[in-house]
Design a protein around this ligand. Structure first.
Ligand SMILES: C[S@@+](CC[C@H](N)C(=O)[O-])C[C@H]1O[C@@H](n2cnc3c(N)ncnc32)[C@H](O)[C@@H]1O
Length: 276
């Protein structure tokens, strides 16, 4: 078993837990493209010579770009916000207000790390107006992820980070690329719709378009791996791909309704493989 590097951000739906399964099916290639990067668990734990790491959360990508450009001095700056006096509801609300109003990228990026570790469950939630609105998390002593940020910085030397919609990124893929897509999960039931990663939901039409793009890319010789919940819908949308099914322990719902083991699917679209 290879060593695993933890992402420095807490991220809903992160794939740290199922890295082995993903690594086992990701085909080799020159460059890995991750259009739904999130905390970058897969980027950090694979060994391609180049990476294109993208996400439509602009705050997240600005943070990665700042860390990539500055390294140690930015890590120290982020650490300066992790003080005992900043770990109160009133300080949190004040720093969240500053995060939502500042136009200074360095400050905003450092506050993103602070909010991620001090907010409720590490949830990255925005209002319809685009303001970060997750409440205070009430943790005894939030840990500053210093080593994890260093690992990310080292790995970032071979990466390009871009804020972008998945469609734009996937259309630009070419020979030698491998694409790993980890979109927001499809709901497990009609009532459970967890689409709060950034403002603007990710609907069923987006899921269908993603599967269609994956098919097109595979047809052009670019393999695409998609992960998602295993539901009737995803199994039908990913028809023709090579499918792996397994269960995983997940904690994705505040009310506990979806706690427990849920079925996951890994669908590999690769024209070099025989279709089912
Ligand atoms: C399940 S999370 C990815 C988790 C990631 N694999 C990890 O290990 O942390 C899905 C990500 O998709 C991003 N996202 C949502 N809609 C998107 C879109 N239309 N284009 C690109 N990224 C999008 C969200 O901001 C979120 O970071």
């Amino acid at each position: 078993m290879l060593l695993k590097v933890r992402p420095f951000l807490k991220w809903a739906g992160n794939k740290y837990q199922i890295l082995e399964r993903i690594r086992a099916v990701l085909p080799p290639g020159k460059r890995l493209i991750e259009p739904f990067a999130g905390s970058g668990a897969v980027f950090l734990n694979t060994h391609y010579s180049q990476y294109l790491v993208t996400d439509n959360n602009g705050d997240l990508i600005k943070l990665y770009l700042t860390l990539q450009a500055e390294g140690e001095s930015f890590i120290s700056y982020c650490k300066s916000f992790f003080t005992e006096s900043n770990n109160s509801k009133s300080c949190y609300n004040n720093l969240r207000k500053i995060f939502n109003s500042t136009t200074e990228t360095r400050l905003k990026s450092a506050l993103f790390v602070y909010l991620n570790r001090h907010c409720y469950n590490g949830l990255c939630r925005y209002s319809l107006q685009g303001s970060f609105n997750t409440p205070f998390g009430k943790y005894k002593k939030p840990r500053f992820p210093e080593d994890e940020m260093r690992h990310f910085y080292t790995k970032a030397k071979n990466a390009i980070f871009l804020p972008a919609d998945f469609r734009e990124v996937m259309r630009a893929a070419g020979k030698g690329d491998v694409v790993y897509c980890d979109p927001p999960y499809v709901p497990l039931s009609a009532t459970a719709s967890f689409t709060t990663y950034s403002s603007g939901g990710f609907g069923i039409d987006d899921q269908v378009e993603l599967a269609e793009l994956a098919r097109q890319l595979a047809g052009r010789g670019v393999p695409v791996l998609i992960s998602n919940h295993a539901t009737e819908f995803t199994l039908s949308a990913y028809k023709g791909a090579s499918i792996e099914l397994f269960d995983v322990q997940r904690y994705i719902s505040c009310d506990g309704a979806n706690r427990g083991r849920v079925g996951e699917v890994l669908a590999l679209f690769d024209a070099r493989l025989p279709c089912d």
